[in-house]
Design a protein around this ligand. Structure first.
Ligand code: SF4
Length: 417
């Protein structure tokens, strides 16, 4: 059941009703309790390399990352964090694997949060010492259960990596925290298997009020890794489960941040910050290499923060109609690109200038709005040219550009000789 009492998790306005969770703060960023869902990623540099790590953190923040995690695996890493935390544009979480003393050192460095793996730090007195220190400093902890490093006792009890075992691991850790009165907690129960992690999060969300951090661990390189992570994370978000997310990709972490941000924007869970590029899949009618134009447009918009929907369509016969809802679009005509704003033809440009024209109009729309863009155009001239191109192309290609009808005649001949 979700926060609104809607078991499907979909509110009437098409947004997903979210499960009510407690709110914690990682630095200045709120997590849970109705706060916007946040995107996390992890640096791949040595944390002792202060400059390299900060450069990566800045790149991650620019790509849409809200909270960053750095490994704190050795004393030099903790010392690096002491320099990194005050200069980071986003809150920094220290990832602790085996040594509880590294957790205490990271707290000394001033980190905004810790991630502990209950499968690795198992001695109750160590867990409680870290929780007590976090309580005193008002620093939250993520209990990061990982299917691959599950406590062996739980593995044995449940006969393998089962969702129930992962949930119990998290609850055991919370019980230790309760003993010292610490409750600034978020939880993850990640696994590399999508069905396993989905079921573990579902079960966990039924038994705990803490915010949940979603992820498919070790998802691998894109595109398969992107598919796996999206399958798991999106399934849960659509059920109203999840307060913060991370894509674990074998790739530049900037790709993780972009993917996380794009998923939230696609689901309408975060305000659009970047271009939503839609493009037709291309077909026999296409007058340009749609894949190439779409990729070049994607690259041109990658670092421009323009919250617009932009369409790249392969032909002027169907393109403008199919993308009429887009703020801005371009459809390929007779060696020319037809620009349209909200479905209205506003200009015709040479094919070689299609991407540059898109960028120029997108920046204008971002600053002045679509109405001003239409007002500055010679719409009558653009529509005249577009009509002409459409007519020429229809004449050249006919209504059946993919020769489907011809093929059907052939098939029928074969079947009924
Ligand atoms: S008909 Fe035109 S817009 Fe549609 S897929 Fe083919 S080329 Fe693209």
């Amino acid at each position: 059941m979700t926060a609104s009492g809607n078991p499907q998790g979909t509110a009437a306005d098409g947004r997903f009703a979210r499960r009510a969770t407690r709110q914690i703060h990682v630095g200045k960023v709120a997590v849970g309790g109705g706060a916007p869902i946040t995107v996390q990623s992890m640096t791949t540099t040595k944390t002792a390399d202060v400059q390299g790590t900060l450069e990566q953190i800045y790149a991650l923040a620019a790509a849409g990352c809200d909270i960053v995690r750095c490994t704190c695996n050795e004393p030099e890493a903790a010392e690096g964090l002491a320099h990194i935390v005050p200069r980071s544009p986003i809150p920094v979480i220290a990832d602790i694997h085996h040594q509880y003393k590294m957790a205490l050192a990271a707290l000394d460095a001033g980190v905004h949060g810790l991630r502990l793996n209950p499968g690795n730090i198992r001695r109750p007195e160590h867990i409680k010492a870290v929780a007590q220190e976090c309580k005193d400093r008002n620093v939250p902890i993520r209990i990061g259960v990982n299917g691959g490093s599950l406590d062996p006792a739980l593995y044995e009890k449940y006969g393998g990596i089962r969702p129930e075992a992962m949930v119990e691991s998290a609850l055991q850790e919370i019980a230790y925290f309760d003993e010292v009165g610490f409750d600034l907690v978020k939880i993850s129960v990640k696994a590399s298997s999508v069905p396993l992690m989905v079921e573990a999060y579902r079960q966990l969300s039924e038994v705990t009020p803490y915010p949940l951090h979603l992820g498919v661990t070790e998802a691998g390189p894109p595109p398969a890794g992107l598919v796996k992570a999206t399958a798991g994370i999106a399934t849960l978000l659509m059920e109203g489960i999840g307060d913060t997310i991370r894509y674990s990709l074998t790739a530049d972490p900037v790709e993780e941040a972009r993917a996380g941000r794009q998923l939230l924007e696609a689901l309408g869970l975060r305000e659009r910050k970047n271009v939503d590029l839609i493009a037709c899949p291309s077909c026999g009618r296409a007058e340009v290499d749609v894949i190439d134009v779409a990729n070049r447009a994607m690259a041109a918009f990658a670092d421009r923060q323009l919250p617009l929907q932009i369409a790249v369509m392969g032909c002027v016969v169907n393109g403008p109609g199919e993308a009429r809802e887009a703020d801005l679009g371009i459809a390929a005509g007779n060696k020319r690109g037809h620009l349209f704003v909200k479905g209205i033809n506003v200009a015709v440009v040479p094919e070689s200038e299609m991407v540059e024209a898109l960028v120029e109009w997108a920046e204008f729309i971002n600053e002045h709005g679509t109405e001003a863009a239409i007002a500055r155009a010679d719409v009558a001239k653009a529509e005249r040219e577009a009509r002409l191109d459409r007519g020429t192309l229809l004449e050249a290609q006919g209504d059946d550009a993919n020769r489907s009808n011809e093929k059907i005649v052939e098939i029928r001949k074969r079947m009924n000789p």
